[in-house]
Design a protein around this ligand. Structure first.
Ligand code: T4K
Length: 427
């Protein structure tokens, strides 16, 4: 793919016309064969069975187990509740060591049940929890480690397992990004005592909202199954505390339909990733995180690190340029959980004690990908980035004079235009 020439075009942030008429989003849903989905909905409505472990949820679970290979892969209403329930079912309490550089749901799943997330710094190369920093955080109150396979790139499961074993700690993984990925020839799902997937609308396999708990422990699976169904055992006997974490039949219909297209979605994501690499190749100020590993990955996230040390634009300046062009890149996961309101009191140390998290969170940009984004879109995004860096002095001067409101949270979905392919760039 060649670089697109934007001719003498003016950047939108400097008063030109946006490169895209409609927003180019991170996280547009991938949807498989709509006719198959409609047929599944018809069957579901004819059956009159919409929830409570219906046939579609059971079929979805069988398909998850077939793909992941764990003894259990229990569908849930979302990954956040799946994490909460699994944390409780595993008997975690006190303090749990977790990275701060993650979606806030990871920390919330602990804090909401009175467990203190103890934030650990990341390895700046992998963006994952740094095992070398875990042991220093262990106290008599520590009961477990919750690792996150950020961007679908597995964390150092071996080192974490050794630390957990040495200190008698539980080990759980937030695998929200890592469905269909493998690590050391083993599918994600098999590590620790359990791993939790997300099938949220923005994930490469979505069930509208959804998640799953993968585990090889029959005892843990039994507890989780009971807990996501109010603690019921049988029709009217409640034998434990529980909640409602069940997946609906409609979600399972979507999940089954999307699993049918999994290989296609991965191929699209991988193609998009390669297109970005080609477009951004040679730019010293932008480094794409390497997603290749020689093992299956879902390529769901295209992550760039913006380095302004050579006089280039900062991440937030580049984000402003992209947003003006209707390219709604995201600063996942800024500013790190430890700097968010519910956690600031635990992390009040001035100057920050998670230097790698702070540095990476200030540089990371998540770029639009998925089935709604095509190679031409990416070449236009690439051209905008090249132009912005070439005209950085003007961009800087403009932003200094007219700063944008705090790097905007993208518009609500209703402003995103119809689902499906983006309306494409303005040539
Ligand atoms: N652990 C980790 C590491 C996670 O990343 C997540 C979730 C979880 C746990 C918890 O999983 P769940 O409980 O959600 O299953 C989004 C998602 O809501 C969240 O699921 C995801 N991670 C996180 C990375 O991204 P937001 O607040 O950025 O979402 P939102 O609504 O701004 O959507 C992002 C973009 O996607 C929008 O700009 C437009 C597009 N979009 C979104 C939706 C919902 C669509 O085009 N269509 C849609 O239907 O958190």
């Amino acid at each position: 793919m060649r670089l697109v020439s934007m001719g003498s075009r003016t950047l939108a942030i400097l008063g030109g016309t946006p490169a895209f008429q409609q927003p180019l989003h991170v996280g547009r849903p991938n949807v498989g064969d709509r006719r198959r989905l409609a047929a599944r909905f018809d069957e579901m409505l004819d059956r009159g069975w919409l929830s409570n472990n219906g046939p579609l949820v059971q079929a979805f679970e069988r398909e998850l187990v077939r793909r992941v290979g764990t003894r259990h892969c229990i569908p849930t209403c979302n990954a956040t509740v799946a994490l909460e329930v699994t944390i409780r079912a595993m008997g975690l309490g006190g303090e749990v060591i977790v990275p701060s550089f993650t979606f806030v749901a990871t920390a919330h799943a602990l804090q909401i049940q009175g467990i203190t997330p103890v934030f650990c710094d990341i390895d700046p190369a992998s963006h994952n929890i740094d095992p070398a920093r875990v042991e220093a955080l262990i106290t008599p109150r520590t009961t477990g480690i919750l690792g996150v396979h950020l961007w679908g790139r597995p964390c150092d499961t071996g080192a974490l397992a050794r630390i957990a074993a040495r200190h008698g700690l539980h080990l759980l993984f937030d695998a929200a990004h890592a469905f269909a990925a493998s690590h050391e020839k083993t599918m994600i799902g098999h590590f620790g005592e359990a791993e939790v997937f997300s099938f949220h609308a923005t994930k490469f396999i979505n069930t509208f909202e959804g998640g799953a708990v993968a585990t090889n422990s029959d005892a843990l699976a039994e507890k989780v199954r009971r807990m996501i169904n109010f603690g019921f055992q049988g029709y009217d006997s409640v034998i434990a505390l529980g909640t409602n974490g069940k997946m609906s039949e409609a979600s399972a219909a979507m999940g089954l339909t999307n699993l049918d297209s999994l290989e296609e979605f991965v191929a699209v994501n991988r193609r998009n990733y390669e297109c970005y690499r080609e477009q951004l190749d040679g730019l010293e100020a932008i480094r794409l995180l390497d997603m290749h590993s020689g093992e299956p990955r879902n390529y769901q996230y295209v992550i760039a690190e913006v380095d302004d040390s050579g006089g280039g634009l900062t991440r937030d300046e580049l984000l402003s340029v992209l947003h003006a062009e209707n390219v709604l890149a995201r600063r996942y996961f800024y500013p790190g959980c430890h700097r968010m309101a519910p956690y600031q009191r635990e992390s009040a140390a001035p100057g920050g004690w998670l230097p790698n998290t702070d540095r990476v969170a200030a540089r990371v940009l998540s770029l639009p990908t998925g089935c709604a984004v095509g190679p031409h879109d990416i070449s236009v995004v690439g051209a905008v980035i090249h132009q912005a860096l070439a005209e950085r002095a003007r961009v800087r001067a403009h932003l200094a004079q007219d700063p944008p409101p705090q790097a905007a949270r993208p518009l609500a979905t209703h402003a995103a235009g119809p689902p499906g392919r983006s309306s494409g760039p303005v040539d």
